[in-house]
Design a protein around this ligand. Structure first.
Ligand code: PLP
Length: 285
């Protein structure tokens, strides 16, 4: 089956899907994006993703390309046209097409919108989760507004590649004070030897993950002890469990950090339980 993409008002074959060379996303990474999980053909936490999109656009003073419920219709249509059951839908909105000039384009320039969707191999993801993943740490080198889900991801790209070259699956950024901020495309968590779940507070130093937000509800529902505070690399090395969260990976156990096994080097029981329980707390429609 051939894939379909939505590009600025049209559904086109994926292989022909293209934006203009002077799209500001292409020229300046002047745009934002969202990735929403699709499960059983339905969108997971669409409302929260749309709220975050609205916030990202507002922070960058990019006009909303259309009412957000109309965008929701396009997300669903793209999912259906690509027959996605379990996977992701990706949305990107940029400041539009205009002659290259760093300052904002003329008033009335229409934001560009692209939507794609694809299936994941759910069985393979579950196998990865059952085995857990290695992560490495890398120095934090991003701008101070990573709370905005901008398509400007070069440090994240380089960090992820460094992880791959080290035989790992994710890279955790480490601030100058030795605390972990987040992963290249995920939020970072540990469980201490006392059983407390720790994740960094959602300031402008990290992206407020939608998965993180929902997981806070899961933890509260189970009465689990949570501390939202920065944690150091040393604490992570000594943790009982570690895991990452994102819309595409849900809760993914971490079994080694910089080559050192986390606890006995097997996925933690709590991480696995949180992964199983996640969708009972997410909004799915
Ligand atoms: N942090 C970064 C840098 C990300 O890119 C992502 C997801 O892409 C996340 C965290 C997790 O966010 P979410 O749970 O909304 O997918």
């Amino acid at each position: 089956m051939s894939r379909i993409a939505y590009v600025n008002g049209r559904y086109v074959p994926h292989r022909d899907a293209a934006v203009h060379v002077e799209d500001r996303g292409y020229q300046f990474a002047d745009g934002v994006y969202e990735v929403c999980e699709v499960r059983g053909g339905r969108l997971v936490d669409e409302r929260r993703h749309m709220e975050r999109l609205r916030r990202s656009l507002a922070e960058l003073r990019i006009a909303e390309p259309m009412p957000l419920n109309a965008l929701g219709v396009i997300l669903r249509e793209t999912v259906q046209r690509n027959r996605v059951r379990d996977g992701i839908v990706y949305l990107q909105a940029t400041r539009g097409v205009a002659p290259r000039d760093h300052g904002f384009p003329p008033a009335g320039t229409r934001p560009s919108v692209v939507v794609t969707a694809r299936n994941h191999d759910r069985a393979r993801n579950e196998k990865t989760a059952a085995e857990g993943i290695p992560v490495i740490t890398v120095p934090e080198n991003r701008w101070p507004r990573v709370d905005i889900k901008s398509v400007s991801l070069l440090p994240n790209v380089l960090a992820k590649q460094a992880a791959r070259e080290a035989g790992a699956k994710e890279a955790w950024f480490v601030d100058r004070d030795g605390t972990i901020t987040e992963g290249a495309s995920t939020n970072a968590w540990i469980v201490t030897s006392a059983g407390t779940v720790v994740t960094r507070p959602t300031t402008s130093a990290i992206l407020r993950g939608i998965t993180l937000t929902v997981l806070l509800d899961v933890l509260a529902a189970h009465g689990l002890k949570l501390e939202e505070r920065p944690f150091t690399v040393e604490e992570a090395y000594a943790a009982r469990e570690a895991f990452i969260t994102s819309a595409s990976q849900i809760v993914m156990p971490v079994v080694s950090i910089d080559g050192r096994p986390v606890a006995n080097g097997a996925p933690g029981l709590l991480s696995a339980a949180l992964r199983r329980d996640f969708h009972a707390h997410a909004e799915i429609d």
